[in-house]
Design a protein around this ligand. Sequence first.
Ligand SMILES: NC(=O)c1ccc[n+]([C@@H]2O[C@H](COP(=O)([O-])OP(=O)(O)OC[C@H]3O[C@@H](n4cnc5c(N)ncnc54)[C@H](O)[C@@H]3O)[C@@H](O)[C@H]2O)c1
Length: 380
Amino acid sequence: MHLNSSVLRSLVGWKRAILPADTNRCLRNGSKVAEQENTICIYKNTRQTNINTTMPLMSRRRMLATSAAALGGISILQNMNVATSSDDIGDKTPHVNFSLDGKSALVTGAARGIGQAICAALAAAGADVMGLDICAVAAPNLTYPPATPEQLAQTGRMVEGAKRRWIPVNADIRDAKATKKAVDRAVKEFGKLDIVVANAGIQAYGTLANKSDEDWNNVIDINVKGTANTVRAALPHMLSRKYGRIVIISSGQGRHGFKNGSAYSTSKWGLIGLMKSVAWEVGKDGITVNCVEPGLVDTPLTRNPGRWRELIHTAGKEAPENPTEQEAIAASAPSSVMGIPWMQPGEVAPAVVFLCTDAANRVSGACLDAVAGESAKWTG
Ligand SMILES: NC(=O)c1ccc[n+]([C@@H]2O[C@H](COP(=O)([O-])OP(=O)(O)OC[C@H]3O[C@@H](n4cnc5c(N)ncnc54)[C@H](O)[C@@H]3O)[C@@H](O)[C@H]2O)c1
């Protein structure tokens, strides 16, 4: 809603109304007017008053009532309780609601690892959860075993153990129709869908020069296209409700280059671009979009000799063909900021929960590095 000229004129008692359409950003009487689509900012004597044009009905009513009073000679700024002369400005109400009671969520890659921990944490915070997983070989040549239907059922037991509703879905996020169907089912059975955590992903190593087309395509298809499919499936519903929380699981390896990991790093870096672009597109529709970047986390994706070899390489050492876990820890722990070889999935999940709560209402377009301090080593 845009304010009309008489309301605005009465609001500030100025000779000339400042309108969104009237883009004559002006300097007058020591005051400056800046304009955004939803917010008109009136700077007066260096203090700033924001009049949000999408404010709730009661506030709008109050504003119209008080603007009428202003026409009658009463100071509108006084009536609106807008600070103009006091130093005590800004709403100090503590927005510390970390509960997800009454919310519903879709989590992909829910059968195990970080996705399983996210499902359990969302449920512990109060949300009903739909957990989607392929529960089968996602791509050939991975150095770790596939997730199973039994693992997805275990996630369900964790959610139901928190007394929350659980819906399991067996699907591949590369299939856009399947992700859409999952969202439609969540909306139907939960009544709405508040939260989407796009977590499913794979990791494969190899130099760019030697990587097969198939290996490259699988990583990009699942991690980028599959994640975009998930977000795209949920957006129409969230846009219609003017509410949504989207969290994309990127990686610390999307924040810096990684030797022998170009496909994975490209895909996870790309997700940050996806997140920031969508956050901008839907920012005025009550939807926040953020990334969480886990560091090295103890899951099947990392707890395998192929990943340990890369860990030893990253530490600048020669790796045996089949290193042991102890060799990987010995090589990497000394350079770890917090002195731990890897984090636990349950230590990453709270960062995701936070971004889904009302406490994070004004966090969007952001990267939250849950990397056990490794972000101390990089900028940006
Ligand atoms: N483990 C880590 O150290 C680490 C670090 C940074 C980021 N990540 C990211 O976190 C996410 C979860 O990783 P994880 O370590 O729990 O791995 P994981 O292999 O234990 O779990 C990934 C889950 O995603 C599912 N999945 C894979 N492809 C799918 C597809 N096409 N459709 C539906 N489901 C699919 C798998 O079946 C599996 O259950 C991934 O995106 C990963 O890239 C992991």
